[in-house]
Ligand binder design. Structure first.
Ligand code: SF4
Length: 694
């Protein structure tokens, strides 16, 4: 049952689900949203959309939305509805008391990749200017923080290199640890079109995603690796390219750090890194690896698209750098049809990272150690900026358990559901004196909150989102906030209650401040976006029209840097008790933990998570199609229905994480990426047995 009616006006805005960033006309009847129509002039989607953006907006009117602020002294007390002023005063008193007793660094905050650039910018400003520390982090911590680290190290900036249009000129595509037809459907359709036109496809994924074999598309190679061996596979591909003389020597000579290249070439050439030597580890036949490497190096324009199957590993950052190495070695950077393209799961992952929501970086990926950058913000904000990085989310929780971190402001993020080791997250939250949750619904994290500040939906505010191709799209207010204040106003009022009078009257002024302080955004303004529709950063005097493709003449860091990517096995091991490896992903009709998609009227969004298991493994355990199974790891257990499929290899099981009942993060481990602490969600040793159900 889809929402229908007769519209009387429309407003062009941007989808708040995935990182494709589709533009829609929100068609209204008075103050009521009637339907979302894909906008034909939207540069990211050109009139296309998927079911989520088009139909899954009913959550905005859902009865469970909280519209009034609430407070309580202790988390075992009932909530009390209060005025906004009372809520801000209550929160401010608690935060100031914590800082008086435990120091400036005893509080911090988390921003969300669901929120606008302007909102994220204001949260990090609140923490740096008003809280007086760098204890700010973002939910990108648990998804694409390795992209930030890996691409900044190798290329000099933490972003994908291409626009979506680039796919139309690619000849050979690697899709690694991503499932674009489910996770990024509008881009997935463009990719399929190019593949049907004849571009070759290499899929690197433990699971047989749809792209491997779908009508008129057959992947040239599906490297169905053992979960956790990404680095070994990428290094084996590099081994073939170097030892068989397939390196683009002109590109490397002109564009890359030659000393680093020579070290890397010697490193990957070692026989221990050959496909044959690593076959037993990766589970991929050496001949298949060799053929895939030759195809990528010689097949014309080569592009790599990747997702969380790359980043959410203990070697997530290493794998991102291995991808960058491969692109540079084959000369596949800096022109249409090539490049390294992280597919961002949430609508504004790119933007939340751009806006300085990491504890070590100010807006524009500039380290807090950099005195010149600090001086820019010190002049703008009138305070000293701390010159040491603050705490990451897992460090905040550790410090909370230790008693040194006592208060947190969480905007648009349900860390109890989305972060690893649920028990530890709960212990950290329970230990704090002041947890402020700013969200649409009373989520699981709110069970530990003292202050609940109601959030506004993307339909109720102005702002911008930046999609996976660095495209800054306008988000336009379609209706007044049902809760009375847009999210940027809530953060501003919280700052005011703590003594800072920012005085913004519209998010356009926040963007003006971003442009004044962040070189890559120097020419961005709402007036410009009104005229042009959207623009891809960097957009400044050097690139007044924006930058559809990056690193065209030189890398942002100067010379491209090859990095040695030594494969180190994860500490998560299978054994007699836990003989199978669990990996996770998404389905088309659901979005993350389902807080929005499950709160719509359409039944398609109420399908449960299931466990995919190979028929051979199922037979050994007496598991039949649709049976309830108990899925247990060293961390915890849950109950799911099983489906038997050869999409997964023997020894591997797979599920999605869209329903709170699944509690996927009760199962996952404490291991994380060595460089960024991004959790290793994609590799968990598990056992599966029959169950009577939940
Ligand atoms: Fe929204 Fe992504 Fe679907 Fe586009 S592809 S409509 S941005 S969820």
């Amino acid at each position: 049952v889809f929402e229908i009616g007769t519209p009387t006006r429309s407003v062009v805005t941007t989808c708040a689900y995935c990182g494709v960033g589709c533009s829609f006309k929100a068609e209204m009847r008075g103050d009521e949203l009637v339907r979302m129509v894909p906008f034909k002039n939207g540069e990211a989607n050109r009139g296309h959309s998927c079911v989520k953006g088009r139909f899954a907006w009913g959550y905005a009117n859902h009865a469970e939305r909280i519209l009034n602020p609430m407070i309580r002294d202790r988390i075992d007390e009932p909530w009390r509805e209060v005025s906004w002023d009372e809520a801000f005063a209550f929160a401010a008193l608690k935060l100031r008391n914590i800082q008086a007793r435990h120091g400036v660094g005893a509080i911090g905050g988390i921003t969300s990749s669901r929120c606008t650039n302007e909102e994220t910018y204001l949260v990090q400003k609140l923490i740096r200017q008003v809280f007086g520390n760098n204890n700010v982090d973002t939910c990108a911590r648990v998804c694409h923080s390795p992209t930030g680290y890996g691409l900044k190290t190798t290329f000099g900036t933490s972003a994908g290199t291409q626009n979506f249009d680039s796919v139309e000129q690619t000849d050979v595509v690697i899709v690694m640890g991503a499932n674009p037809t489910d996770g990024h459907p509008v881009f997935g359709s463009r990719l399929k079109k190019r593949l049907r036109q004849g571009a070759k496809l290499i899929v690197i994924d433990p699971r047989r995603i749809d792209l491997v074999r779908t009508p008129h598309i057959e992947a040239a190679h599906h490297l169905a690796l053992t979960p956790g061996t990404n680095v070994a596979v990428m290094t084996a591909l590099a081994h073939v390219i170097v030892t068989e003389g397939l390196v683009d020597e002109d590109f490397v000579r002109e564009r890359c750090d030659l000393d680093a290249f020579e070290d890397w070439a010697a490193f990957v050439s070692e026989e221990s890194r050959s496909p044959e030597a690593t076959e037993a580890v990766t589970g991929v036949p050496a001949a298949e690896l060799r053929a895939a490497a030759r195809l990528f190096a010689t097949g014309g324009n080569g592009a790599i698209y990747y997702g969380l199957g790359v980043t959410e590993h203990s070697q997530g950052s290493t794998t991102v750098m291995a991808i960058a190495n491969l692109a540079m070695a084959t000369g596949n950077i800096g022109r249409p049809g090539v490049g390294v393209n992280p597919l961002r799961g949430q609508n504004n992952v790119q933007g939340s990272c751009d806006m300085g929501s990491f504890p070590h970086e100010l807006p524009g990926y500039r380290h807090v150690h950099d005195a010149d950058t600090r001086a820019i913000f010190e002049r703008a904000w009138g305070v000293k900026i701390q010159d040491e990085p603050g705490l990451r989310i897992p460090n905040m929780l550790d410090a909370a358990v230790d008693g040194t971190f006592r208060g947190i402001y969480i905007q648009g993020e349900d860390i109890l559901q989305s972060d690893p080791n649920t028990k530890h997250v709960a212990a950290g939250l329970a230990a704090m004196d002041c947890v402020i949750v700013h969200d649409l619904f009373l989520n699981e994290t709110a069970n530990y909150a003292h202050v609940f500040l109601p959030g506004s939906t993307f339909l109720e505010k102005d702002g911008t989102f930046t999609n996976a191709e660095r495209r800054i799209n306008r988000v336009r207010k379609v209706m007044a906030p049902k809760n009375g204040l847009a999210d940027w106003e809530v953060t501003q009022e919280l700052a005011r209650s703590l003594g800072a009078d920012w005085g913004y009257t519209h998010p356009a002024q926040v963007m003006d401040e971003i442009a004044a302080t962040t070189p890559g955004f120097a020419n961005v303004s709402y007036d410009m976006l009104e005229q042009r529709g959207s623009v891809q950063w960097p957009c400044n005097d050097a690139a007044p029209e924006g930058s559809p493709i990056m690193h065209t003449d030189g890398f942002v860091r100067g010379k491209g840097l090859f990095v040695l990517t030594d494969y180190v096995a994860t500490d998560e091991r299978t054994g007699p008790r836990f003989p199978l490896l669990l990996t996770t992903g998404r389905i088309l009709s659901q979005y993350n933990v389902g807080a929005q998609t499950r709160r719509t009227r359409n039944v398609v969004w109420h399908e449960g998570d299931v466990l995919e298991i190979h028929p051979h493994d199922a037979e050994q355990r007496g598991v039949t199609e649709g049976a309830w199974v108990r899925l247990a790891s060293r961390s915890g257990e849950t109950t799911l229905r099983a489906t038997l499929t050869e999409r997964v290899a023997p020894g591997v099981v797979y599920t999605t994480f869209h329903h709170p009942d699944t509690q996927a993060n009760v199962i996952t481990t404490d291991y994380s990426d060595w460089a960024t602490n991004c959790p290793e969600y994609k590799v968990t040793a598990v056992q599966v047995g029959l169950s009577n159900g939940p």
